[in-house]
Write a protein that binds this ligand. Structure first.
Ligand code: ATP
Ligand code: MG
Length: 354
């Protein structure tokens, strides 16, 4: 990357605070590595929804389409139902831009208190690859027989060969650049149509790569991710299983305030979207105390995606340095620093090591 166009959607609550942090860091970092971002600032938020009746304008997706990436803070506010932010913004973006991969790197970072025993937390570094476009989250189904003794509801999962192959290829490519191991979540003993198909297509597809693929049932895998998380490298899950495992793994690592995520179109046809895992956190919004690390780590993922490898590496190292120092940790991870102090610390590590 030398120059990229990025749409910034700070959103609501602490989304705007952590976005300010990311932009302040990039303003100092990118000149050092010869990169440049042209920002488009978008006020798409629940506030906009409450005053104008929509989170984004009618031509919102067309506007985003002209960018190389989207950086998002958090969208959501008390009084605005969750489905408004989901269906009014996040799902249209994911679908229109074919972001069929959801990525969640999980690392136990030095200085971040983890609920795990120290010997178990040692060396945890895994990547959760979640299928983001099909599977269990379909709209096919319905409710029948209301008010009768046979009242029932059905929901149809949809697994396509194309959909499973492309997520398996993505996981295999990532695993080749890491430690070469994929564990795919399954439940083929209980879910007897879609899961055996998932297993078959994942095994066939990943066989073409220099990786070792094994399958573990989702129930056992959930337990083992808590008991021996350091054994895992790439964890591949369907839409539902990947969703659950992502939060489980983030919980194992300590704070939601440090967890990053990406919704990616690996073909590069459309912009990919990068956002911290946390929400708008109304309980601490406006106080300047939000942990910006989840956002900054998401920014690292964006820089990697845009091909700014050196800037990404410098920023990740600066984040790790900042977390190592107790004086530059926020309250959610046991410190007393505010957002601005953490931001300044990251900037000073970045400028010192560049
Ligand atoms: P969602 O918008 O996804 O529904 P939520 O309401 O479930 O999110 P969050 O908004 O992420 O959850 O907040 C959950 C808790 O974690 C809150 O107590 C919040 O203050 C805390 N929290 C979340 N993000 C951060 C952060 N970056 N720094 C400090 N605390 C945070
Ligand atoms: Mg919320």
């Amino acid at each position: 990357m030398t120059s990229a166009r990025v749409a910034a959607i700070p959103g609501d609550g602490i989304g705007t605070e952590v976005m300010d942090s990311a932009k302040a860091v990039l303003a100092r970092l990118l000149p050092l590595t010869g990169d440049n971002i042209a920002w488009t600032d978008l006020d798409w938020s629940c506030e906009r929804y409450l005053t104008e009746g929509a989170l984004m304008p009618d031509d919102g997706l067309g506007l985003l389409r002209e960018h190389d990436a989207v950086l998002l803070g958090a969208v959501g506010w008390p009084g605005v139902p969750d489905h408004v932010s989901l269906w009014g913004l996040l799902i249209p973006i994911r679908r229109m831009f074919q972001q069929y991969v959801n990525l969640r790197p999980v690392r136990v970072m030095e200085g971040v208190p983890s609920p795990l025993r120290p010997d178990l937390a040692e060396g945890v570094d895994l990547l959760i690859v979640r299928e983001n476009s099909e599977g269990e989250y379909s709209e096919i189904g319905g409710r029948f027989g209301a008010g009768t003794p046979v009242e029932s509801a059905f929901q149809q999962s949809v697994f396509t060969r194309t959909g499973v192959e492309r997520i398996a290829r993505f996981a295999a490519e990532r695993a080749e650049r890491r430690r070469g191991r994929i564990v795919a979540a399954t439940k083929s003993n209980g879910i007897i149509h879609t899961m055996p198909f998932w297993d078959e297509v994942v095994a066939e597809t990943t066989a073409h790569y220099s990786v070792e693929t094994t399958f573990e049932h989702i129930d056992a895998l959930a337990a083992k991710l808590v008991l021996h998380p350091a054994r895992y490298d790439v964890v591949l899950g369907s839409n539902l299983f990947g969703d659950i495992l992502s939060d489980l793994a983030a919980g194992v690592c300590g704070s939601i305030g440090i967890a990053p995520s990406a919704n990616v179109d690996p073909t590069g046809t459309y912009p990919s979207m990068f956002e911290p895992v946390h929400g708008s956190a109304p309980d601490i919004a406006g106080r300047g105390i939000a942990n910006p690390v989840g956002m900054l780590w998401s920014t690292v993922m964006m820089l990697e995606h845009l091909g700014a490898a050196r800037a990404a590496g410098l920023l990740m190292e600066a984040i790790a340095e900042t977390l190592r120092d107790p004086a530059t940790r926020t309250a959610d991870i046991g410190g007393t620093a505010d957002t601005a102090a953490v931001t300044d610390a990251v900037i000073s590590h970045v400028t010192r090591s560049a």
